[in-house]
Design a binder for this molecule. Structure first.
Ligand code: SF4
Length: 351
């Protein structure tokens, strides 16, 4: 595929309505999901984009882009509900063609206006009634079993808003993992949380059955961190490095990942150098273009823009090359965002 076209799609988004879509939530959101050239693609929805999804193809300014597009249909498990009447769709979503994703706690201790991450809208979907505040382990087990049986889901991602406790939400993640593994033992699961204060919690997550872990820093530049995520920046990069290192010891090389967002103002060469250090540690740097989406302060207050396409392509190419040199592929992660790949373009470049 033409990687530049894939980068343009990631930044400019698409018009049209892919059957599988998501709105506000944690991390990147407000997108449509397709499989492009065999790889999951989560494309922001933008009514002003030159790209349009016409129901089967992606056109640019009315001309077929030539991309090989597979449509992902709305999954069957979305039509089910728990005995209490909670629609499964409010408990977990299909991401890409094969990933079941849930936010086990939809609130975040850092969500005060002067503390919250400016790119995140975790509590907006809760306010809109699109999800529930806390997912119960038994509910997630029920949804996971159905999603595997009816829709062929092959992996699960569990993220969480940060709690006030020293575990930062990890213990509830562990309870959810145990319940899902009891229902579908063969389903690989990635957990995502901030570095817990007590690093022994990382072993607890592995013992609960988690297969991989994401500890997401988003930027390795402290100025950027203070500006974009003042609450989260109170956790030092030293604490992140200690947590990654312990996670690699517990989960193994390339079963630990972190998001690095391109477009927050970090120097691209420093970002690439930081990614190389992570790779050296055995941590997969999931490079993702910053995506401005409604409900986030970046859009509602700052009027922030998507990053420059040339920068996204350069950073992605160089990080993908470093991953290849190290023999680390996103697809080799047992579960998680790096394995899914839809929110970035690293997999399109062999990373
Ligand atoms: S990369 Fe992560 S957040 Fe993006 S679609 Fe895949 S699982 Fe969801």
């Amino acid at each position: 595929m033409n990687v530049s076209t894939r980068v343009d799609l990631a930044l400019l988004g698409i018009r049209g309505r892919p059957p599988l879509r998501r709105t506000a939530g944690a991390g990147p959101s407000d997108d449509g999901h397709l499989v492009i050239d065999g790889i999951n693609a989560a494309i922001p929805r933008n009514p002003k984009s030159p790209f349009v999804f016409d129901g089967s193809q992606v056109l640019r300014d009315g001309v077929d882009t030539g991309l090989d597009v597979q449509v992902i249909e709305r999954p069957k498990f979305y039509d089910l509900a728990t005995d209490d009447g909670v629609p499964y769709e409010k408990l977990a979503k299909l991401h890409g063609r094969n990933v079941l994703a849930t936010t086990v706690v939809q609130t975040c201790v850092r969500y005060a206006p002067d503390q919250r991450c400016r790119f995140c809208s975790i509590e907006e979907s809760l306010r809109a009634g699109a999800t529930t505040a806390v997912k119960r382990p038994a509910e997630l087990a029920e949804v996971a079993e159905a999603a595997v049986r009816l829709d062929g889901v092959t992996q699960m991602v569990m993220t969480t808003g940060t709690s006030a406790g020293a575990d930062r939400g990890a213990r509830h993640l562990g309870r959810c993992v145990r319940a899902v593994k009891a229902a579908v033992p063969w389903l690989p699961i990635q957990v995502q949380c901030e570095p817990p204060e007590d690093l022994a919690v990382i072993t607890e997550l592995r013992e609960a059955g988690a297969d991989s872990i994401g500890i997401h820093v988003e930027s390795l530049d402290d100025d950027v961190r203070r500006r974009w995520m003042p609450g989260k920046a109170s956790v030092s990069l030293t604490q992140y490095r200690q947590a990654w290192s312990e996670a690699v010891r517990v989960f193994g090389r390339n079963q630990v990942s972190t998001y690095l967002l391109v477009g927050l103002g970090e120097d691209p060469d420093e970002l690439i150098a930081g990614a190389a250090e992570l790779i050296e540690m055995g941590v997969y740097p999931f490079v993702v273009p910053f995506r401005p989406h409604p409900g986030s302060l970046a859009v509602d207050v700052d009027r922030a823009h998507a990053p420059d396409a040339a920068v996204v392509e350069k950073v992605s190419r160089e990080v993908a090359a470093a991953l290849q040199m190290a023999g680390m592929a996103g697809a080799d992660q047992r579960a998680g965002c790096a394995s899914c790949g839809a929110c970035g373009v690293l997999q399109n470049l062999g990373g």
